[in-house]
Design a protein around this ligand. Structure first.
Ligand code: URA
Length: 188
């Protein structure tokens, strides 16, 4: 991983005005974690807590994600966590297509630099953007596909689990399978 390329990417994100959110955000939420990670999680967009702290998944949904990582034995520091958008949409609305188009290139550059073995989309918006536009999270969560040499899957967004706890059992099963795949790929 080239430090110079990474820092250049981050500073381009800091000064990005590719969509109006660069002006309304408090902090850029570039991403957090291990830049050599085998496993990468991609959420949707920063919420209020993330915007305030400049770190993804630190609010209520993030705390729940931490519990799943702990439950299946994946240290949070070992993975990389980012979002489709690096700036918070006002009132936590869904990122619109123009914002996603303006921002997705930065995520793709992060993926190229990190070179994860597995990418896990957190929720529908991320899965529709990274796996396929007609992704159906209820039907397809937990299924693995190979795309460009990377294993990809999607799980429910932790915020969806907070709204509907009946999905939590499926989430645990999906996370256990992700850990199995990770072990298969990295302990060979
Ligand atoms: N939800 C997301 O999709 N991303 C975050 O960083 C926080 C909440």
């Amino acid at each position: 991983m080239s430090e110079a390329l990474w820092n250049d990417l981050k500073s381009r994100c800091e000064s990005c005005r590719g969509c109006p959110l660069g002006k309304t955000r408090t902090n850029l939420v570039f991403g957090v974690g291990n830049r050599e990670a085998d496993l990468m999680f991609v959420g949707e967009a920063p919420g209020q807590a993330e915007d305030e702290q400049g770190i993804p998944f630190v609010g209520a949904a993030g705390k729940l994600l931490d519990r799943y990582l702990f439950a299946v034995g994946i240290p949070r520091e070992s993975v990389y966590i980012a979002n489709i958008l690096k700036c918070r949409p006002p009132m936590n609305r869904d990122p619109n297509p123009e914002e996603q188009d303006a921002c997705i290139g930065y995520l793709r550059e992060q993926v190229r630099l990190i070179q994860p073995r597995i990418i896990v989309c957190l929720g529908r918006i991320s899965a529709m953007r990274l796996i396929k536009p007609d992704y159906r999270i209820t039907r397809e969560h937990g299924q693995f596909i190979r795309k460009g040499g990377v294993l990809m899957t999607a799980v429910y967004h932790p915020a969806a689990l907070l709204r509907d706890p009946s999905k939590k059992e499926d989430m645990l099963l999906d996370m256990e399978r992700i850990k199995e795949q990770l072990d298969l790929l990295t302990k060979a």
